[in-house]
Design a protein around this ligand. Structure first.
Ligand code: PLP
Length: 393
């Protein structure tokens, strides 16, 4: 039997990560980076430096000007990571607000989305036409083209860059090419893609893109909508006219500082993702070796290197999450709602691969602090939970 590794050997790096691991009590193995990430040590240090100061960039006195400089520095740090003009980055309260601003502020009557979008897109565009995905969760491009071609007038496509549950990466280049043929604009929810795969906004051809800080080691409550030069947005929040009138409300300077620093750290550590992907691949190899018929979703299509969506026969996702928690492992069912309940996954359901995957899939999502010891413990726990539920032990 593999024992849970002692905490001192779990963390590869920083003092900050040790702290969060202590704070989560019994749960010392965090494999839920797609839900949110720990604050990076570098981000924490930067935030502590600015904490407590009056930070209103609209004030014209010297402290206001310092706040303004901090805000614009953060915008530049993010712009460097995604290759966009800094002035085209509109800070929001997160990915959810960025998606809402794109879909409601885009002023289009006909909106097209994929059936695997995050709730923040689906709920912001309830009347949208939904494009199906194939059994791997990839948008069916011929269907997209037919639907766009059928629409007379302005239409707006919103398709995520990478999926939060399966990690599947959508063919954004092809989607933009198809949309452009018909003069349609494209928005992409890149909340999960940011920091995990290279993103080049300028070259993407996208009109808009949503991003969020807490998926890359920044704080929660800050995100951004990135727009192309020619996009005219109708603001959803009006008031003091901040963010060039595109999003009113005193800017969240601490959030922006944290977002900027996290973006800088990510941009300076290109090898981080490769290490995480090797670890994820090792996990999948080890699990498949112990349980050859394991069903890992979308394993052979482009996927984020940190994500595994795994079906456990005979055990509901909710039960699995609780069982893993008792083992000291924090992970998620793909689809959790705010009440903490686990729902059937609309993402897996859309892939039409049967009933069990929609109810029995859990998501393992690794990050920069994950280690091989944690992976070994996870494989062992997975087998233990499976065997116990299926009366094999
Ligand atoms: N879009 C995707 C794909 C996500 O995974 C999430 C968060 O889980 C969001 C949007 C919402 O982002 P935020 O939590 O910053 O509002």
């Amino acid at each position: 039997m593999i024992r849970r590794p002692p905490r001192s050997t779990l963390s590869s790096s920083s003092a900050a990560s040790d702290v969060y691991k202590r704070q989560v009590g019994n749960a010392s193995i965090y494999l839920d980076y797609n839900a949110t990430t720990p604050l990076r040590a570098e981000v924490k240090a930067e935030l502590l430096d600015a904490l407590g100061e009056p930070n209103n960039p609209s004030s014209i006195h010297s402290l206001g000007r310092i706040a303004r400089r901090r805000l614009e520095k953060s915008r530049r740090q993010i712009a460097t990571l995604i290759n966009s003009p800094p002035e085209n980055i509109i800070f929001t309260s997160g990915g959810t607000e960025a998606n809402n601003l794109a879909l409601k502020g885009g002023q289009c009557t006909d909106i097209i989305v994929s059936s695997v979008e995050h709730e923040a897109v689906l709920a912001a565009a309830v009347n949208a036409k939904k494009i199906s995905v194939d059994k791997n969760g990839i948008v069916i491009l011929s269907e997209l083209e037919n639907v766009i071609a059928d629409i007379n007038g302005d239409c707006f496509v919103s398709i995520m860059w990478a999926n939060n549950e399966t990690g599947v990466i959508q063919p954004i280049k092809e989607i933009v090419e198809i949309a452009s043929k018909y003069g349609a604009r494209v928005h992409s929810d890149a909340v999960q893609a940011l920091g995990k795969i290279p993103i080049n906004f300028r070259e993407s051809g996208l009109s808009m893109m949503s991003i969020s800080a807490h998926k890359i080691g920044g704080p929660t409550g800050i995100g951004a909508l990135v727009i192309a030069d020619d996009v005219e947005l109708k603001p959803t929040l009006v008031g003091g006219g901040q963010e060039k009138g595109r999003r009113s409300g005193t800017e969240n300077i601490l959030g922006a500082i944290g977002f900027g620093k996290a973006a800088e750290v990510v941009a300076q550590n290109p090898a981080e993702n490769k290490r995480v992907q090797n670890l994820r691949d090792l996990f999948e190899t080890k699990l498949s070796r112990c349980f050859p018929k394991v069903n890992i979703l979308s394993q052979n299509v482009p996927r984020l290197g940190n994500t595994s969506a795994i079906v456990m026969p005979g055990v509901l996702a909710e039960t699995q999450v609780m069982s893993f928690d008792l083992e000291g492992i924090c992970l998620s069912a793909g689809a959790a709602c705010s009440s903490g309940k686990v729902k059937r996954s609309h993402v897996v359901e859309a892939m039409k691969i049967g009933d069990e995957p929609a109810t029995n899939t859990i998501r393992v999502s690794l990050g920069w602090d994950s280690t091989e010891l944690e992976i070994d413990f996870l494989v062992n726990s997975w087998l233990k939970i499976y065997n116990r539920a299926n009366k094999k032990i």
